[in-house]
Design a protein around this ligand. Sequence first.
Ligand code: ATP
Length: 514
Amino acid sequence: MASQEDVFKKLIAHCKEYGFVFPSSEIYDGLGAVYDYGQMGVELKNNIKKYWWDSMVLLHDNIVGIDAAIFMHPTTWKASGHVDAFNDPLIDNKDSKKRYRADVLIEDLLAKQDEKVEKECEKAAKKFGDSFDKDMFIKTNQRVIDLIAKKEEIHTRFVKALNDSDLAELKKIIEDYEVVCPISGSKNWTDVRQFNLMFSTEMGSTAEGASKIYLRPETAQGIFVNYLNVQKTGRMRIPFGIAQIGKAFRNEIVARQFIFRMREFEQMEMQFFVKPGTELEWFAKWKEIRLKWHKALGLGDHKYRYHDHDKLAHYANAATDIEFEMPFGFKEVEGIHSRTDFDLSSHEKYSGKNIKYFDPELNQSYTPYVIETSIGVDRMFLSVMAASYNEEQLEGGDSRVVLSIPPILAPVKVCVMPLVKKDGLPEKAREIINELKYDFKCAYDEKDSIGKRYRRQDAVGTPFCVTVDHDSLVDHCVTIRYRDTMLQERISISDLGRIIGEKVSMKELFKKIV
Ligand code: ATP
């Protein structure tokens, strides 16, 4: 069986070969951790965004959207804490000259302890067969007890070091537990340093008049500074939410995992404003709503898990990640944060403007508390691609690569193919497309054998192929072929729209999550 690393490499190659994702400015050898989406990628990305946007602003009558600018007044980032505290602890390996995030190295170390425990359990399960009791084994096996104790020890030191921003201790943990550089294999580390992740540039044309501004590292602040505008003009009553999709920029230290960690990426964020004291209730609600949204896509429920934060950000009183099983392990796709009134209070302080909410029911003003749901479009894209990529062995020694992308997200919904390039079949195929194109993204393909054409559509995840043959001109029927089962059926052309529509309907999916 291919290793996960091989699968990931193949996925990256596939993304490029079929027009999903290209390295940025590739003719100049690319730009680190920046990517462009191709003709297929942009369709998938837009569908993901629509699924998110509609689930927020259509399904909730108390959530509205905005589109704030990327550039913001520089004081915004003072108030938000990003100028002073948006840092990652970085460490270099002196031999490989590779740079790492110290916290990520330690998190990997912790994950390794878990893997070792799992291995011990697997070994024992094989040895003891049916009589194996995993819980008992974990409690009584000395080696496992030692491994768990070691993990606890590392974990306690790690959490304390993060909370105290103790960089020397982070380095000491890396040294004490003999973490080696994956490239050079050496333990020759530099000190740990803080590194601010914001990109800056200058606004204004003259050197004297220019002022330093930042490219936003998150979209959330655009929502906070507009919260009162929206509340007043939209006559919103608490609880209510504001949703936004947009680009964010971070000068990431480690950028080696394709579109998982980019320097320019896109976020879908929703800030939900609530009455102080009710925030943990709403936090629990949003945790549940968001996981349901993910699971409804059918990528596999076992591929998701929550991960509560060890270190809470300066603004949060509860935080959890929704992690997805990527080819390189469980990783954060979405963060759900209870941000208290930190941001609004801070903007009030720095701007000197009153941005409190007047609650007509209580007849009093207060600063709302905020629950945030924040998901990366690109990470969502990667999780869909990773879960959908399959290499299948078929009967007769044949094989195919198929992207089982959920039909509602598939870039192209249907490809219409004339069996041959003559006898009026291409015209009939075009006629069908002209009917379907108002509702579905369609493709037309007349080149090569039907088998090859099917393979091409499988490789980009098209859920339906429709073949027009000579009989179609007489009986007004076509052959529809389903991507996942490869089954074929003869159906009436007049039924096509309905059959495709049922499978790619967001409404049907939304019904599962409301
Ligand atoms: P990480 O710990 O992986 O750096 P984070 O906790 O800093 O992520 P948040 O600040 O919570 O991430 O951002 C919210 C979401 O934005 C993340 O869940 C992720 O999906 C996305 N995101 C953050 N940084 C990046 C990035 N560099 N590239 C792509 N997506 C990102």
